[in-house]
Design a protein around this ligand. Structure first.
Ligand code: ZN
Length: 242
């Protein structure tokens, strides 16, 4: 089985389409949350995912768009974008987002939007934070999104610490020998300094993981955001990948 692993699409349909066009054939999509929020095409992104056999999780922006989170926990730009998203969502899209879990187990993998310990909120940004999360899931590998940074944390049980590696892109690596927490990065708003859409491929037969990047016409997404009056800072950051 081949899986396309995506996260944090954030209503960036142009980036999502670029990923779908770039990915080799796959059997199923696993989407780790935050399909909406920030970007200009929330309904279209949710509807596009539904074209595929897929597993999907709710992220903090999805919950906020449903009114399930207090928007005061968001910064001003995120709040403005989320209020716009709330006003845009079709009833069928709201219904879809409403039924998403924040974490689950699938085919022997634990998947959560943010972290195993705090599936909606916690940012697993460094090895210490990752280390503290290993007791909170029992599978060998856990997949998370939320930070928008592609990264691999592997547990070194003997030395009681985590090793961090920033993935080489388009290079398969074996997984499953050591316990790991892996983030595929963000499709719609990367924050690792590389503005290209980030995603991953998981091959369960060979137990290989492949982080990938693809360029997309950022200016089209930016133009759509401008037309919808979304905050300039959110528009600018797309081309910086920050
Ligand atoms: Zn996000």
């Amino acid at each position: 089985m081949h899986y396309l692993i995506i996260s944090d699409v954030h209503a960036n349909l142009v980036a999502l389409e670029a990923v779908l066009a770039d990915a080799p054939s796959f059997d199923q999509i696993w989407c780790l949350g935050d399909l909406v929020g920030y970007g200009p095409n929330p309904n279209e992104c949710v509807e596009r995912i539904q074209d595929f056999d897929h597993v999907s999780l709710a992220g903090n922006h999805d919950w906020a768009a449903l009114g399930k989170l207090d928007l005061r926990s968001f910064n001003t730009d995120a709040r403005t974008a989320n209020l716009w998203t709330q006003s845009e969502l079709k009833p069928s899209v709201r219904e879809y987002l409403q039924q998403l879990p924040t974490h689950r187990e699938v085919d022997g993998f634990y998947v959560a939007h943010a972290s195993p310990r705090e599936p909606v909120w916690e940012y697993v940004l460094d090895a210490n934070m990752a280390y503290l999360n290993f007791p909170h899931f029992s599978t060998t590998v856990c997949l998370v999104g939320h930070t928008h940074v592609p990264i691999i944390f592997e547990l070194d049980e003997e030395r009681q610490r985590c090793e961090t590696s920033v993935p080489p892109f388009s290079e398969s690596r074996l997984i499953g020998e050591r316990r790991a927490i892996i983030n595929p990065g963000s499709v719609g708003q990367p924050r690792d300094g590389d503005p290209r859409a980030s995603y991953a491929l998981l091959d369960l037969d060979g137990m290989t993981w492949d982080h990938r990047r693809v360029t997309y016409p950022i200016e089209i997404t930016q133009e759509r955001m401008r037309a919808r009056g979304l905050p300039p800072r959110l528009i600018d950051r797309l081309e910086m990948g920050r």
